[in-house]
Design a protein around this ligand. Structure first.
Ligand code: 1CP
Length: 340
C-alpha cells in the first residue's frame, strides 16, 4: 500500500509525515471561489457531484497533499433529517433552531439517504480521479457539534443554547444525540463503501463541555459511532478530532477506539506527545494563524510541530481549518518545508 497517510492510520511512523489541511478546499483558493460562484448556493455545490469532486481535487492538483477530503459540510446531516439549512455568503450557516423537546421528538427515526446520494456519487467520481498515493477522507460532524448548530440555529461563541437545552431537557437531548449517532453511522459506513479510505469525526465544539458532559456528549456518542461503523465496515479507519478537549484528551484517546486523534493548536505539545501519541497516532497541530502570518512565525511553528511529533506516527495538519485570508504561497512554503 503506497498511501502514506493511510499507513500512519495503521500505526506506522513515516520519515516524512503525510500532510493535509482541514478546510483545504475553500475560500483561500481562487479556483474554489470560481467554482463556488458557478454553483450558486453552498448546498448546491455540496450536492453537485461534478462540482464537489472538482473542488475536492483542486488542492490536490495545486499542492500535492497526501490526503484529499471530500467536499461537503457537517450540516448536510440535519438537512437529511428534514431541518432547514441555509448558507449565506459572508455569514455562517443558518438552521431553523430547535427550541423545545417536542421538536426533537418529531425528528424522523432515520436520515433520508436519498438526499445524501449526491455525496456518495461525489465520492465515486473523486475515487476515479485521485492519484493512487493520495488517501481519500470522508467525514461527519460529531453528534455534540452537529446538535449545537441544530439547537441554536447557527454558530455562537460558546454554544450556550445547546448546553442549556441539555441541562433543561436531558432526555430530549439524549434522543437528539442518539438520532445523530444512528444517522452518522449510516452516513460514514456509506461513505466508506462508496470509496473513501478513512473518515474523520469533527467535534469542533467538544472543548466547551465540562468533564462530565464531555464524557456524556462527546466521548460516549463518538465511541458508539466508531463501533457502529466497524460493525458494518470492520476495517474502517477513523480519525477523531475533539477540538479544545485539553486535559480530557487522554480520556478520549483511551475510551474512543479511533485510529488517530486530531490535536488543536492550543494543547501543550509535550502533554499531547506523552498522553496521546504514546497511545495512538496523532494529527495536527499548527496554529492556522501562524500559517496565515508566514515568515519566521510559520517556520518556528512548523519546526515545533515536527520536533514534538515527528518521531512517532504522525500526520501533519493545522490545529483547525485554514483561514480564508491565508496566502497560497504560505501553503506552498509549508509543504516544501515539511518535505525538505
Ligand atoms: O461560502 C463558503 O464557501 C462557505 C465556507 C464553507 C466551506 C468551504 C462552509 C460553511 N463549509 C465548508 C466546507 C467544509 N466544512 C468541509 C470540506 C472541505 C475541507 O475541509 O476542505 C468540512 C470538512 C467542513 C466541516 C465543518 N462545517 C465543520 C467542522 C470543522 C470545522 O471547521 O470546525 C463545521 C463546524 C462546519 C459548519 C460550518 N460550515 C460552514 C461554516 C462557515 C461553518 C462554521 C460555522 C460557525 O461555527 O460559525
Amino acid at each position: 500500500m503506497n498511501k502514506s497517510l493511510l499507513r500512519v492510520l495503521h500505526g506506522e511512523r513515516r520519515t516524512i509525515p503525510p500532510v493535509w489541511l482541514m478546510r483545504q478546499a475553500g475560500r483561500y483558493l481562487p479556483e474554489y471561489r470560481a467554482t463556488r460562484e458557478q454553483a450558486g448556493g453552498f448546498l448546491d455545490l455540496c450536492f453537485s457531484p461534478k462540482l464537489a469532486a472538482e473542488v475536492t481535487l483542486q488542492p490536490i492538483r495545486r499542492f500535492g497533499f497526501d490526503g484529499a477530503i471530500l467536499f461537503s459540510d457537517i450540516l448536510v446531516v440535519p438537512h437529511a433529517l428534514g431541518r432547514k439549512v441555509r448558507f449565506e455568503v459572508g455569514e455562517g450557516p443558518k438552521l431553523e433552531p430547535i427550541g423545545t423537546p417536542q421538536t426533537v421528538a418529531s425528528l424522523p427515526a432515520e436520515i433520508d439517504h436519498d438526499l445524501l446520494a449526491p455525496v456518495y456519487e461525489t465520492i465515486a467520481l473523486v475515487k476515479g480521479m485521485l492519484p493512487p498515493d493520495v488517501t481519500f477522507l470522508g467525514f461527519c460532524g460529531a453528534p455534540w457539534t452537529v446538535a449545537t448548530y441544530m439547537i441554536a440555529g447557527e454558530g455562537t461563541p460558546d454554544q450556550a443554547p445547546a448546553r442549556l437545552f441539555a441541562y433543561r431537557h436531558p432526555d430530549a437531548f439524549e434522543w437528539l444525540i442518539e438520532c445523530l449517532v444512528q444517522a452518522s453511522i449510516g452516513y460514514l459506513a456509506r461513505q466508506l463503501r462508496a470509496g473513501v479510505d478513512a473518515v474523520q469525526i469533527f467535534d469542533t465544539w467538544a472543548g466547551i463541555l465540562p468533564p462530565e458532559e464531555f464524557r456524556r456528549w462527546c466521548i460516549a456518542p463518538t465511541e458508539k459511532i466508531v463501533r457502529g461503523v466497524r460493525a458494518q465496515v470492520p476495517d474502517a479507519k477513523i480519525i477523531g478530532f475533539p477540538r479544545g478537549a485539553g486535559s480530557m484528551l487522554p480520556h478520549y484517546a483511551d475510551a474512543v477506539a479511533v485510529d488517530a486523534v486530531g490535536l488543536d493548536w492550543m494543547i501543550e505539545r509535550r502533554f499531547a506527545k506523552e498522553q496521546v501519541q504514546r497511545r495512538k497516532p496523532v494529527q495536527g497541530n499548527l496554529d492556522p494563524l501562524a500559517l496565515l502570518a508566514g515568515g519566521a512565525a510559520l517556520d518556528a511553528g512548523i519546526e515545533a510541530v515536527l520536533e514534538a511529533f515527528g518521531d512517532g506516527p504522525f500526520i501533519f495538519n493545522l490545529g483547525h481549518g485554514i483561514l480564508p485570508e491565508t496566502p497560497v504561497a504560505h501553503v506552498e512554503h509549508l509543504l516544501k518545508r515539511i518535505r525538505a
